[in-house]
Design a protein around this ligand. Structure first.
Ligand SMILES: Nc1ncnc2c1ncn2[C@@H]1O[C@H](COP(=O)(O)OP(=O)(O)OP(=O)(O)O)[C@@H](O)[C@H]1O
Length: 273
């Protein structure tokens, strides 16, 4: 399965490639087949959302890509390297539902942390962190502590931190899941802006159909027990999207397409249960 950000895009080496990837967890109550036989190519610069019922393996797939867990079978390549080599080469930025910021450090020093770990010099670190603060539009909060910021702002800091070392791939596990509806829409606009500006390849786990349709170039619909790819959908919207996109006929049609695919997976998994 190949995913390109445009249907007519020339063939290029995928940013992420999975072949025959399965993951089984051995638990006290027996094996859990979280992923089975996943083949997937993700082209550079695409924004790919993973959506599907709870427990269908979205987070497991993201974690296998990011080398946070090993697959039981199969191969993962990121820009031609193994997932573990890609992690060592700092090809990944990761953002989770909780921002996970350190409250004893200022906002800027939180963003500097991954650079500090890489022994980047102080001045360069500071300059990079300021650039990232501009990217997420939080320049004036440089000296604040995370607890002084709203949930959405904290997530923007987490995104800035993840992007500080210019990873080629941004892995996001429900990064907007804990935010209220209005903040979430606001953050979606921010995230789109960041994506458009950086051109980073994004893999994004979400439960929200509208979010997946609005943000993504492609949506992967997964089905549970075992976790598999049920359908992949190309989102036929202009790459540059804004609030007008959200109320366009074209967007409603794309959203309906994702909703329909998800509902047929839900219906199947209910009738199999
Ligand atoms: N560390 C683990 N040990 C045992 N089972 C696990 C582990 N991690 C995930 N699982 C199981 O693997 C399956 C897939 O889980 P995963 O979290 O990837 O699904 P998900 O689609 O992200 O779910 P949700 O939408 O609820 O977050 C589930 O049955 C889950 O219970």
């Amino acid at each position: 399965m190949t995913i390109t950000d445009r249907a007519d895009a020339p063939t290029q080496a995928p940013a992420i490639s999975l072949r025959g990837v399965s993951k089984t967890f051995d638990t006290a109550s027996g094996p859990v087949h979280a992923l089975q036989d996943i083949d997937l190519d993700i082209q550079p610069g695409s924004f790919v959302s993973l959506i599907g019922p709870s427990g269908c393996g979205k987070s497991t797939l993201l974690r296998v890509i990011g080398d946070l867990i090993d697959p039981s079978e199969g191969v993962v390549e990121v820009h031609g390297k193994s997932a573990s080599a890609a992690r060592k080469a700092r090809d990944y930025g990761m953002v989770f539902q909780q921002a996970g910021l350190m409250d004893w450090r200022t906002v800027r020093r939180n963003i500097e942390l991954p650079l500090q770990v890489q022994n980047v010099g102080r001045e360069e670190r500071r300059a990079k962190a300021r650039e990232m603060l501009q990217l997420v539009k939080l320049e004036q909060f440089e000296h604040h502590r995370p607890r002084q910021l709203s949930g959405g702002m904290q997530q923007r800091v987490a995104i800035a931190r993840a992007l500080s070392f210019q990873p080629r791939v941004l892995l996001m596990d429900e990064p907007l899941g804990a935010l209220d509806e209005m903040t979430r829409e606001h953050m979606q606009r921010h995230l789109l802006g960041i994506y458009q500006e950086t051109g980073t390849t994004v893999v994004f786990v979400t439960h929200s159909v509208s979010e997946a349709a609005f943000l993504s170039t492609d949506v992967i619909v997964m089905s549970p027990r075992p976790g598999r790819i049920a359908e992949r959908l190309h989102i036929d919207l202009p790459r540059y999207r804004n609030d007008e996109t959200r109320v366009s006929e074209q967007y409603f049609a794309e959203e309906a397409k994702v909703r329909e695919a998800l509902h047929s997976v839900l219906d199947e998994s209910r009738s199999a249960a």
